[in-house]
Each structure stands twice: as C-alpha cells, then as structure tokens.
Design a protein around this ligand. Structure first.
Ligand SMILES: NC(=O)c1ccc[n+]([C@@H]2O[C@H](COP(=O)([O-])OP(=O)(O)OC[C@H]3O[C@@H](n4cnc5c(N)ncnc54)[C@H](OP(=O)(O)O)[C@@H]3O)[C@@H](O)[C@H]2O)c1
Length: 277
C-alpha cells in the first residue's frame, strides 16, 4: 500500500482528509504536537513529529512516501508550501495534493490570503510533480464559528450566493483524486450543489442548533474592524476582511469538471445541519 504524508492533519480540513484516506493508503501524519494528534487520530497512524521549517524532520517524514497532502493556513502557507515542494522534488514524491481556495487567481492577488495561495499553487504546478489542487468555497463546518454565546452574526450585507460544501464530500474528492489518473495535474473547483446567502445558511443552522437565538445580526465591516482592534481580536479582523473580499469578488469558478471526475457532493446543508451534535 502506498504511503501518503498529510501535513496539517490536525487542522479543521486536514483531519477528515487523513481519516478518509486511511485504509485506502497508509497514512503518515506530520505533526507538531503528538499528544494532541493522538487524541484525534489514536494509534493506527504512522506519526512523524516535526515542523515544516525544520528540514531534517520534513525529510524524514517524506521517506518512501508516494504522495503529500498539504493543508496549511495563514501567513506561513506560501513559504511552507514552497519548502514542502522543494523537499518533495528531492524525495521523488509522485503526487502532491493541496487545498487552495475557490477565488484564487491572478486577478485576486491584491488580497494577501489569495496571494499566498496563488504562489503556493504556482510552486506546486511548476514543480514537475503530478498534482491535484482543490479550490473549495466556504465549508459548512465554518458556520458554527459565526455563533458566539447567544449571538449569531455575519459581517457586511453578503448579497452573493455561496455553494457551501461539507468537509466529508471534499475528503471523498481527495480520495478519488488519488485513485484516478484523470485527476492528475488539475485544479478542481469544489462547490456544493445549492446556492444560498450566507445569512440564510447561518439562520438555518441556528434555527436547528441554537434555537434560543432568534435572529442573525449583520455587523458592518467598519464596526467589526473597530471592535476587533479595541478588543484585540485578530481572528475577527481577518474573518471580516475575508468576508469583505468575498462580497466584492464573489465565489468564482465552475465545478462541473469536478463533479464529472471526482463525483457530485451528496450532503445538502439541511442534511449536514441535522447531523451536527
Ligand atoms: N474554512 C473554509 O471555509 C475554507 C474554504 C476554502 C479554503 N480553506 C482553506 O483551507 C486551508 C486549511 O484550513 P484549516 O481550517 O484546516 O486550517 P487550520 O485548522 O489552521 O490547520 C492548519 C494546520 O497546519 C498545521 N501547521 C501550521 N504550522 C505548521 C508548521 N510550521 N509545521 C507543521 N504543521 C503546521 C497546524 O498544526 P497544529 O495543530 O500543530 O497547529 C494545522 O494542522 C486554509 O488554507 C484555508 O484558507 C478554508
């Protein structure tokens, strides 16, 4: 059985991928915190403790691997991916998979998050190693982050439709990509089947999961940024900026080729909400 190294497996979107690949492939997890990782994954995985900025640990992790799945976020995403790709070339890795974003393209690199992803993609595409890049829209799993205590809120008016995708459908696509030659050297737009406004999606979520919350508030961007600065909430500032970006740019991309090669998502928002504990 081929070995796939998962980098960023403890991340929200890395964990379900590692778990879905396990069994079909031998999965090696590259982790910084072994205790935290074992609580999530147990003992049936191969672990390498390390950091992408520590060359020796990264080199050891890639020994005898067929593929590397990259699930990074934040400011290290571009530099981290470039380091991983350089090591992958040296270690004769046969396949790289990577999570990017739906609206990543040359026209959107004015926004820092998109710029990091654009250049991370560039490093992968120009490596010569067969790759599959996933470009997902918003995940359904992001919705609970917009509920704090007894309040639910979105930033800005959000007039555009999003095709929320469930992480389990995405993880299935990653597995299929490793199983199909047709998926090599492609970027796949990952969208769910139904378009819905962000606020409506959040309203559906709280109606079922937090019925004591009677309405979803809309926080203007300026107010969100002010609150974030005053209360020193970095994540809030970043999320508000991201939502403002999406309001302007929209959810780009066409998922038809993805549906044809990697399969049609099966989990509707309604079904996903019902499954949440
Ligand atoms: N949420 C959405 O709706 C959405 C939509 C489209 C695309 N995306 C993209 O999906 C990507 C992954 O998201 P996520 O939520 O899974 O991210 P995340 O939860 O922040 O996970 C990041 C992972 O990277 C690991 N990591 C960070 N620095 C590392 C280092 N120096 N060495 C080794 N590992 C390191 C973290 O490990 P530790 O556990 O040790 O910190 C963690 O496992 C992001 O780039 C995001 O932009 C998200």
């Amino acid at each position: 059985m081929e070995t796939i190294l998962v980098i960023g497996a403890t991340g929200m979107l890395g964990e379900p991928v590692a778990k879905r690949l396990q069994g079909n492939f031998k999965i090696r997890l590259f982790v910084r915190d072994i205790e935290k990782s074992k609580k999530i994954f147990g003992n049936d995985y191969d672990y390498i403790i390390g950091d992408i900025f520590n060359n020796d640990s990264l080199e050891k992790a890639m020994n005898n691997c067929y593929g590397v799945h990259i699930n990074l976020s934040g400011e290290i995403e571009q530099a981290g991916t470039e380091i991983i790709v350089e090591m992958a070339k040296r270690k004769n890795i046969q396949r790289i998979t990577y999570i990017s974003g739906t609206s990543v393209c040359k026209d959107t690199i004015w926004f820092p998050l998109e710029k990091r992803k654009y250049y991370a993609e560039h490093a992968i595409i120009s490596s010569g190693i067969p790759y599959t890049i996933f470009c997902p829209t918003w995940f359904m799993e992001s919705l609970p982050k917009y509920v704090k205590g007894n309040k639910a809120f979105v930033f800005g008016k959000q007039p555009n439709l999003y095709h929320f995708i469930a992480v389990d459908d995405y993880a299935k696509m990653v597995l299929t990509a490793y199983q199909k030659d047709e998926a090599k050297n492609k970027r796949f737009i990952v969208h769910g089947k139904e378009g819905i406004l962000f606020k409506q999606a959040l309203e559906m979520y709280v109606r079922e999961r937090n019925p004591s919350i009677k309405s979803v508030s809309v926080m203007p961007y300026l107010m969100a940024k002010l609150v974030a600065v005053i209360a020193n909430k970095r994540e809030m500032k970043e999320v508000a900026a991201l939502m403002q970006f999406f309001e302007k740019v929209r959810e780009l991309g066409n998922p038809q080729e993805t549906y044809k090669i990697l399969g049609i998502p099966e989990i509707s928002l309604e079904k996903w909400i019902k499954k949440q504990k």
